[in-house]
Design a protein around this ligand. Structure first.
Ligand code: C2E
Ligand code: MG
Ligand code: MG
Ligand code: MG
Length: 284
């Protein structure tokens, strides 16, 4: 329902829309405080090598422990952070925390695995990105080869036209992964021009892969292309053994999905995925 204010022509939206807007404004205000009040935290989703079940990396995923709403998912608050410019501060916190945690694990004798961090396009365009990320790695002590940045296809296209940013990052030793691969707009020719280490097959192709021949064909093609381009490939959103079998039959060994594990708090990653002897070492 839309009401018109006769005097100045402003419109007041009521009902559903008003409630949504109201909620967004509330979240915006609360998100500003969330960082200071320590309400953000990271879960880590294991990435598994199917052949031997070893964890080869984790993806850091941010969550907001909201005082009254419970855990708010990044799908809700990342867009707000992007709209309001809070993404810089939030993104810095995520990068620092992810690197700090991985360095702590390495130091405690945990497996020498990578941590993947999602970047927003605005972060990607911040000036001196390489210097800024170098600073975080130096502060936390994590070696660059253990950090993987997840960017989207549109970010890759931007990088291609604007700067040598991807080259700078990879020359420093950081790895670049193309997230949600296959869902964005990108030109395949950039895959050979730019330093992309890994394709991450989007879970929309996985969901129906057991029954949908087209999805299966697309996934098989992405895997084969990655191999020919000498890139790594990982599938996300694997939930069942049947899906897993199709991926491994097609030579995709790296898997992220509920089949192996949901995103977990750091301590649960240690409990469930670190070798027992190593946990003992970490406890000392
Ligand atoms: P993404 O980077 O594609 O992350 C994977 C998402 O898929 C995660 O959702 C994860 O929980 C979910 N997922 C993993 N395996 C499965 C599965 O087997 N089945 C299903 N149904 N889902 C699965 P989440 O944690 O809600 O994150 C959503 C998105 O929010 C992420 O998608 C990413 O784009 C964004 N995001 C998360 N953390 C950050 C962050 O720190 N910074 C930025 N810029 N974006 C983030
Ligand atoms: Mg991701
Ligand atoms: Mg993804
Ligand atoms: Mg995504």
């Amino acid at each position: 329902e839309v009401k018109k204010n006769g005097k100045n022509g402003y419109q007041f939206y009521t009902g559903e829309l008003n409630a949504q807007l109201q909620e967004k404004i509330e979240l915006e205000v609360e998100l500003r405080q969330a960082l200071m009040r320590d309400q953000l935290f990271l879960d880590y989703q294991p990435q598994i090598r199917a052949g031997d079940g070893q964890m080869i990396g984790v993806e850091a995923l941010v969550r907001w422990r909201h005082p009254s709403r419970g855990t708010v998912s990044p799908g809700v608050f990342i867009p707000i952070a992007e709209e309001t410019g809070m993404i810089y501060e939030l993104g810095t916190w995520v990068l620092r925390e992810a690197c700090r945690q991985m360095k702590t694990w390495h130091d405690a004798g945990g497996p020498l695995i990578t941590v993947s961090v999602n970047l927003s396009s605005q972060q990607f365009h911040q000036p001196n990105l390489t210097t800024y990320i170098k600073g975080i790695l130096e502060d936390t002590g994590l070696e660059p080869q253990y950090l993987e940045l997840e960017i989207t296809e549109s970010m890759m296209m931007d990088a291609a036209v604007s700067t040598g940013i991807l080259n700078e990052l990879t020359e420093y030793g950081i790895r670049i992964s193309l997230d949600d691969f296959g869902t964005g707009y990108s030109s395949l020719s950039y895959l050979k021009l730019l330093p992309i280490h890994k394709l991450k097959i989007d879970r929309s192709f996985i969901r129906d892969i057991v029954v949908n021949k087209n999805d299966k064909a697309i996934v098989a093609t992405i895997i084969s292309m990655a191999q020919h381009l000498n890139m790594d490939v990982i599938a996300e959103g694997i939930e069942t053994k049947e899906q897993l079998d199709i991926l491994t039959d097609n030579d995709c060994e790296k898997i992220q999905g509920y089949y192996y594990s949901r995103p977990l708090p750091a301590v649960e990653v240690e409990q469930e995925f670190f070798a027992p002897m190593r946990i003992a070492a970490a406890a000392k």
